[in-house]
Write a protein that binds this ligand. Structure first.
Ligand SMILES: NC(=O)c1ccc[n+]([C@@H]2O[C@H](COP(=O)([O-])OP(=O)(O)OC[C@H]3O[C@@H](n4cnc5c(N)ncnc54)[C@H](OP(=O)(O)O)[C@@H]3O)[C@@H](O)[C@H]2O)c1
Length: 338
């Protein structure tokens, strides 16, 4: 099998394609010949050495794949050789072959391509847990989605629209037309405009009901201040720590040091909530994850959710894929193909 390895922390050119022996499935596992592997921002943080969850180098990152089953373990009855599946991988996804426990694999609708299927698991799980489970988004509420042009951002926009919420999205200006076509009602160029000021105008001073913030640092403070009474903020990332293609521990530390410690008395007196989310720490919550995935797959089958693939890159050009994301060029998910 082929894998893309991060042998040491650094710029995208550290990524190396290597050969490894084919893995064999255990009793409750399946082997998948991968056609498409999703890239997540966490992979970039891992390459930079800024992602504490990742294994130490040399490591293979990658949280999700889609492809065909080509071997099944002794106890497996729900999958057969040749089935098309998408799967969550806890690392190891940047490969043309993976083995996963069956609890992490799902059949997907025939009309989705492999790349579209690989764009589903992490982004849609994150967005749906944040919006539906944690923030309990209600029809008529207003949601502020930061990085609305990214993988999680587009998933969140689609899921918010399914709940008939109004969506305010932030992204680089060139993405705004696309954002509107995905369902964003108001787009803000957060790199040049004052987001708080724009939100105040759009909500006539009331603030927003729900905010999804994966940027971290000062952005969490700004988001907290933009909440309406009974508002909920879901914090789930620290992309502010990735300040360039090379590792810069000092600037990453600055992002961490400007991250607020929320004050319980302020939460009480302002009637606000702050949730933290790390889907990567929910792998053992099999029942909850499976229920959410089944809901998502049924919405995909009904055509009410549509994964957006920004670009695909061959597996051995993973470095270019990382550069593309770090240049903020992607509108949608970036996927590696084998
Ligand atoms: N906690 C969890 O369970 C979980 C799960 C999935 C994702 N996340 C987090 O959610 C965020 C989005 O993830 P994603 O995988 O969907 O990625 P993505 O949004 O596709 O990431 C790329 C986009 O992020 C924006 N961005 C913001 N800060 C950036 C920076 N410092 N460098 C480069 N681009 C930056 C850029 O768009 P614009 O500048 O145009 O907005 C860029 O195009 C990340 O912070 C990720 O870590 C967390």
């Amino acid at each position: 099998m082929r894998q893309v390895v991060i042998p040491r922390y650094g710029a995208p050119d550290v990524l190396e394609t290597r050969q490894a022996p084919d893995p064999f499935p255990g009793d409750d596992e399946i082997r998948i010949r991968v056609r498409a592997a999703g890239i997540n921002f966490a992979d970039i943080l891992a390459r930079l050495g800024l992602y504490p969850d990742a294994p130490k180098p040399p490591m293979v990152v990658g949280y999700e794949v889609a492809g065909r089953v080509d071997a099944v373990g002794r106890n497996v009855v729900s999958f057969a050789e040749g089935d098309r599946v998408l799967a969550l991988t806890r690392f190891g996804g940047y490969a043309d072959t993976v083995v996963v426990p069956i609890a992490q694999a799902f059949h997907f609708p025939d009309d989705l391509s492999d790349s579209e299927a690989a764009a589903v698991p992490v982004n849609y799980l994150t967005a749906s847990i944040a919006l539906y489970k944690m923030a309990a988004l209600a029809p008529g509420e207003t949601v502020l989605v930061h990085n609305a042009g990214g993988g999680v951002g587009i998933a969140a926009t689609q899921l918010a629209r399914l709940r008939r919420a109004t969506v305010i999205g932030t992204a680089s200006a060139f993405k705004h037309d696309a954002l509107r076509s995905f369902g964003v009602d108001h787009a803000i160029d957060y790199r040049h405009a004052n987001v708080a000021e724009e939100v105040r105008k759009l909500t006539r001073g009331r603030g927003v009901d729900v905010i999804l913030d994966p940027i971290g640092g000062r952005s969490f403070t700004d988001s907290y201040r933009m909440l309406a009474p009974l508002g909920r903020l879901v914090i789930f990332g620290l992309s502010a720590a990735a300040t360039g293609e090379k590792r810069n521990v000092w600037r990453a530390l600055q992002a961490w040091l400007t991250t607020p410690r929320f004050n319980p008395l302020s939460l009480i007196n302002r009637n606000r909530g702050v949730f933290g989310l790390n889907v990567g720490h929910l792998w053992e919550e099999r029942r909850q994850l499976a229920a959410t995935m089944e809901m998502l797959i049924s919405e995909l089958r009904a055509g009410r959710l549509t994964p957006v693939v920004a670009r695909t890159f061959p597996l051995d050009r993973a470095a270019d894929a990382h550069r593309f994301i770090q240049s903020r060029g992607n509108i949608g998910k970036v996927v590696l193909t084998t």
